[in-house]
Design a protein around this ligand. Structure first.
Ligand SMILES: [Zn+2]
Length: 175
């Protein structure tokens, strides 16, 4: 899916700190739950996306006209915390994300999606606390922002979010 996965052997070692970080889509098992009831407890309402262009967090690409999608509420930190047995407390947030209304193939291809806008790389600690963030505007600056965040041992993961809307786009971890 990304340069880092394909080059996890000697090439990655030779690249050293030039590693490319992987954008993590919403996990298929979580998508299955969200398609039943979302993280706000609401039933999914599928729609046909007539115009296209919705940022899909399942496939990390924009929708094409005519695709069946749904806007659901998703709590990325709560989902991460459940995996890591952490309590994010008041830092828990949920917000709207577009996903395919039916089971889908997930991301295809390399690179960082949704780089055509103002983004913030928000840092979280292993306890699920916000440790600040960095504004990223140029598509070529994302890896440096991820490296800068994850080089800090206090940072466990980062969220990429849209600045104007505040929406969660995807997560990046150290692995
Ligand atoms: Zn999808």
């Amino acid at each position: 899916m990304s340069v880092s996965r394909r080059s996890s052997g000697p090439l990655r070692a030779s690249l050293g700190r030039m590693t490319t970080y992987t954008a993590r889509p919403i996990d298929p098992s979580v998508l299955k739950e969200l398609r039943s009831a979302d993280d706000a407890g609401r039933e999914m309402v599928p729609v046909t996306d007539e115009e296209g262009g919705a940022p899909l967090r399942c496939c990390l690409r924009r929708s094409a006209p005519g695709e069946r999608i749904a806007l659901v509420s998703y709590a990325p930190l709560r989902r991460w915390a459940a995996e890591t047995d952490t309590d994010p407390g008041a830092y828990d947030e949920q917000g709207p994300v577009f996903i395919h209304a039916e089971e889908c193939a997930g991301p295809a291809g390399d690179g960082h999606p949704f780089t055509n806008g103002h983004r913030t790389v928000r840092r979280y600690s292993a306890e699920g606390r916000i440790l600040g963030g960095q504004l990223v505007e140029a598509a070529g600056d994302f890896d440096a922002a991820f490296r800068s965040a994850l080089d800090d041992p206090a940072v466990a993961l980062v969220h990429v979010r849209a600045v104007e809307y505040g929406c969660f786009l995807y997560e990046v971890r150290r692995d």
